[in-house]
Write a protein that binds this ligand. Structure first.
Ligand code: BTN
Length: 243
């Protein structure tokens, strides 16, 4: 990944730029990184705060061959494991909150947004967006988020070089994607579970309604497995784990 690396000072969203490039035929592995996003976007149409130079905001264009659209969501989990492996090198206790959040000490550090363009039964391309809070100190975090969000600086107590982290992380992502493409999701599943946030604990999940569930792990598809109060196991393909 990053054979072609495009740097921008300011964009609306690296996702938007990546989609434009992909539609124009940009090749697999093209990466767009920006110092600042004015309309950074998160999952569920949320706004993603992306201030100038404080974090790593980038999107990768992927053109995996022969993968069915329903497997595209597994890429989010694969990317999460790659990021968790990478950050663990700094002695950080990283957790993955299904499907796309990276947590340290109960606070959100990073998020992943996977967007797919598919035609009939074939994936045309995938834009995999990653946002990591890097050099924020307390005041740089949104006031409303100070007890919910964190940064690498706050957790590791050292500043990070954005370019170094980007280069090393792209390498880690590529290794994991290659493994996923050649061996399938099963090799990633166990790794993912070793990082699972609140595994075995009761949480509140939101599907159509909100209910209490115990997190049991993920299945072979990457769906979240939870148990309800009547001990029935559910496989969730789309849901939100609440705080
Ligand atoms: C989430 O936690 O909901 C996902 C956040 C993803 C943010 C990244 S930053 C780079 C890329 N560009 C965007 O606009 N969003 C993703």
């Amino acid at each position: 990944l990053g054979q072609r690396l495009i740097y921008k000072e300011q964009v609306t969203s690296t996702q938007i730029v990546a989609h434009d490039l992909a539609r124009d035929g940009a090749e697999h592995g093209t990466v767009i990184v920006a110092r600042e996003q004015t309309k950074g976007r998160g999952r569920m149409r949320r706004y993603w705060e992306s201030k100038d130079g404080l974090g790593l905001w980038f999107s990768s264009i992927l053109r995996p061959t022969g993968i069915e659209p329903k497997r595209a969501s597994q890429l989010t989990l694969v990317a999460a494991v790659a990021i968790a492996d990478y950050l663990s090198k700094y002695n950080l206790d990283v957790k993955i909150k299904w499907p796309n959040d990276l947590f340290i000490n109960g606070k959100k550090l990073a998020g992943i947004l996977t967007e797919m363009q598919a035609e009939q039964d074939a994936v045309e391309y995938i834009v995999l967006g990653i946002g990591i809070n890097m050099n924020h100190d307390q005041q740089d975090l949104f006031e409303s988020e100070r007890n919910k969000a964190t940064s690498l600086l706050l957790e590791a107590k050292q500043p990070f070089n954005l370019n170094t982290v980007l280069t090393e992380l792209l390498f880690e992502l590529e290794v994991k994607f290659d493994l996923f493409m050649s061996e399938g999701f099963s090799t990633i599943k166990g790794q993912w579970e070793s990082y699972a946030y609140k595994l075995g604990e009761w949480v509140s999940v939101k599907t159509q309604t909100e209910w209490d569930a115990k997190i049991c792990g993920i299945d072979e598809d990457g769906a979240l497995m939870v148990m309800n109060q009547n001990h029935q196991v559910h496989h969730l393909y789309s849901a939100e784990i609440l705080w």
